[in-house]
Design a protein around this ligand. Structure first.
Ligand SMILES: [Zn+2]
Length: 511
């Protein structure tokens, strides 16, 4: 993710180094917080569930199980335990404000399971496990509890299908502030994209970055409406049904749930193949025809930026590429949705802003998308690197060196105690994006100064090329393995410390 470009003036935004506004505390309100009898729309289905559960002899409303979350310290309800998601097939119809359809999740149990937990905020109508009807209910707003007729054994592969329908405008997820909602609407236009959470607004999932899986998205819309998502555009239909089209997107490499997205509306598409990779660029037709042409022109630079980043990071990790510019005023400047980053229109159009914005989001294809987070407090692994690659490209284009950029950033922030008060390795759930865009790349340049050019280059490339979920501790272990230099002072100063690091060689300030 990139911070937004500043005022809503449509252009001339400040560079990406601008710090985003401090996120507000999350709203504590969630559906189901209040007594259900005061909320008729929620109360009646809940009453039915209670009655159904009583009839089935289960007795009391079940308590939250340890498996109802992935164990994330910042978002304890996010994700699930007990299985490894392998693939999602999301199959929806969008009609007016309502999404209706099913998602089929294929997973492998990592322990014996009586209940499979998923995260979804939309109302569920039915579920099956391996084709057999299963008991299903939603607890605490988004914890979907699917109970198969027969238990699932450790190691067993199983298929959960969930049928659901509802208005994503009714969804609220604990820990996600209302002004950072992933749901975007403007007239008939619909968009769902955001970080750290977005999937609960449109599909049931193990919603945690540590469990990436294959994604396939099929969305049926009235003919004339476009649907944009991740991966390859397999089909845009215009077939049997006279008034409806089903858009089919498929990504061939696993992705974290928040890296999938859905855009529905009027879009101008450009498609083709470069270097053997299919691309799709999409720009909202809510922009003027001239703006559309300009924005498509920026998106068309994508293969060139990828080729340049490959010289630093090794081969691009995905089969497809692209970019999308929706009509919405996102609270972010860009988001690294896998294979197809989302850009804020006025950020991409701002003079001098497009290059660094695209480099940042495309660098995330390696750092964040191929290498995912173990936990949300590992956000440095995403944003530190994506921001650092902006510095690398800036230097290569004749700008200040990465070290000069580190020193300038440090001098700009040295007297800002609020900035340093947020530790890089534990920023807190409300401040995961608060300082990492500057503190992250400074820490990396300090490391480069300490361990030297060759070790740093190898470390960066090896880290970028090995897929999977890893933590800041994993990165520290890798860094230590490359060098005889004592990295403890560096780690203390840049990751743990709550004051500006002393300007010493041990902290990685070069000559
Ligand atoms: Zn980012």
């Amino acid at each position: 993710m990139s911070p937004g470009p500043g005022p809503l003036d449509g252009g001339g935004g400040p560079p990406l180094l601008t710090r985003p506004p401090a996120p507000r505390p999350a709203s504590s309100h969630a559906p189901g917080d209040g007594p259900w009898w005061l909320v008729p729309a929620v109360g009646l289905p809940l009453l039915l569930v209670v009655v159904l559960v009583a009839v089935l002899g289960v007795g009391i409303r079940p308590q939250r199980s340890p498996l109802s979350g992935a164990g994330d310290p910042y978002f304890p309800q996010a994700g699930a335990g007990g299985y490894d998601a392998l693939s999602y097939l999301i199959d929806l119809t969008v009609e007016g404000p309502v999404l209706a359809g099913s998602t089929t999740v294929t997973a492998r149990a990592t322990q014996d399971l009586d209940v499979v937990h998923l995260d979804l905020g939309l109302p569920v109508t039915a579920a099956t496990v391996d084709g057999e009807p299963a008991l299903v209910e939603t607890v605490d707003g988004t914890d979907l509890r699917v109970e198969p007729a027969d238990g699932i054994e450790a190691g067993q592969e199983f298929v959960v299908r969930v049928d659901y329908a509802g208005d994503p405008g009714e969804v609220s997820v604990p820990g996600v502030a209302e002004d950072q909602s992933p749901l975007h609407r403007q007239g008939e236009e619909l968009g769902i994209a955001g970080e750290p959470a977005s999937s609960a607004w449109w599909f049931p999932a193990d919603d945690h970055p540590s469990d990436p899986a294959l994604m396939e998205v099929r969305v049926r819309v009235p003919r004339g409406v476009e649907v944009i998502s991740v991966g390859e555009l397999v089909d845009r239909d215009a077939g049997d049904e006279e008034d409806w089209d089903t858009w089919h997107w498929r990504a061939r490499e696993p992705m974290a749930t928040y890296l999938n997205f859905l855009m529905v509306g009027q879009y101008r598409l450009e498609q083709g193949t470069v270097s053997g990779r299919p691309y799709v660029y999409a720009v909202s037709e809510r922009f003027s025809p001239e703006q559309q042409t300009d924005l498509l022109g920026e998106l068309a630079e994508t293969p060139q930026w990828i080729a340049e980043l490959e010289t630093d990071l090794g081969p691009y990790p995905f089969s497809e590429m692209g970019g999308v510019v929706p009509p919405f005023s996102f609270w972010f400047g860009g988001l690294e949705t896998q294979t197809r980053p989302i850009y804020l229109g006025r950020a991409l159009a701002a003079d001098g802003h497009a290059d660094t914005l695209m480099v940042h989001e495309l660098a995330h294809m390696w750092f964040g998308d191929a290498v995912t987070l173990s936990r949300w407090d590992d956000i440095f692994n995403n944003e530190g690197w994506a921001s650092y690659l902006q510095w690398v490209v800036t230097e290569r284009r004749g700008g200040p060196t990465t070290n000069q950029q580190m020193v300038a950033t440090y001098e700009q922030l040295a007297d800002d105690p609020g900035f340093w008060a947020v530790p890089l390795d534990d920023p807190g759930p409300q401040r995961i994006f608060a300082t990492v865009y500057e503190r992250g790349p400074m820490a990396l340049q300090a490391l480069r100064n300490l361990i030297g050019e060759e070790a740093f280059t190898t470390l960066m490339r090896d880290w970028a090329q090995q897929r999977g979920a890893r933590s800041v501790e994993d990165f520290l272990d890798r860094a230590r393995a490359t060098t005889d230099v004592d990295l403890d002072p560096w780690y203390q100063a840049w990751f743990r410390g709550t004051t500006a690091p002393e300007r010493t060689p041990e902290n990685g300030f070069g000559a």
